[in-house]
Design a protein. Structure first.
Length: 201
């Protein structure tokens, strides 16, 4: 099954060691763009534009959005796509999944569940105390983006939130930190000793 992507390699097209190239690309993409797992597994090869460092995301309700990626994502995707093309040489692949960017070891479009299992697997390997999930990677990116831009509307747009209140709810604590930080940056430099008392007027 799809959930057994890391299972019996006798029936798999490529083994567990080789899936690291794919897994690195997926985790790097999730962590550096904040897309949903469902959006990640729904990507097609043609959705990625390396020239513009952008990719087309198919979102809830049939909506689409163009997002951009950094050098880390570019390198990881380049390595994976090269590996993907090499792996598919001479293989019979399902016409319905031939365009899929991320493939399972059975050469099917990888599932949300398989990605969740994969992320959990690597989190366990690094002895991570916190529970790491694909959604945690998404929120980590959202937090970093908000701290950098201080623009809740940009975060909502990138994360694909239809309701700005959803974004505000998730990042309320950070908003308070930003307000505190901003309050320390605004000063009109009024010096009490240089002012004249009105008592003598």
């Amino acid at each position: 099954s799809e959930e057994d992507s890391f299972g019996d390699t006798r029936q798999n097209t490529y083994n567990q060691n080789n899936t690291k190239v794919r897994d690195t690309a997926i985790i790097t993409l999730l962590l550096n763009t904040g897309i949903r797992v469902s959006e990640c597994v729904g990507l097609n090869v043609d959705d990625v534009n390396f020239k513009n460092r952008s990719f087309l995301v198919h979102r809830k309700g049939g909506k689409q959005a163009i997002l951009y990626f950094n050098d880390e994502v570019s390198d990881a995707l380049t390595a994976y796509i090269a590996f993907r093309e090499q792996s598919l040489k001479g293989k019979n692949i399902d016409p319905e999944t031939v365009d899929a960017l991320f493939l399972s070891t059975q050469l099917k479009r990888i599932s949300v569940r398989a990605v969740e299992i994969m992320v959990k697997k690597y989190a366990t390997q690094i002895n991570c105390i916190k529970k790491i999930t694909p959604h945690k990677l998404r929120s980590t990116y959202g937090t970093a983006l908000y701290r950098r831009t201080k623009d809740i509307y940009v975060v909502a747009e990138v994360l694909g939130h239809n309701d700005i209140n959803t974004t505000k709810k998730h990042y309320a604590a950070i908003s308070e930190d930003i307000v505190k930080e901003a309050s320390g940056k605004v000063s009109f430099g009024v010096n009490a000793s240089s002012t004249t008392s009105d008592d003598n007027n």
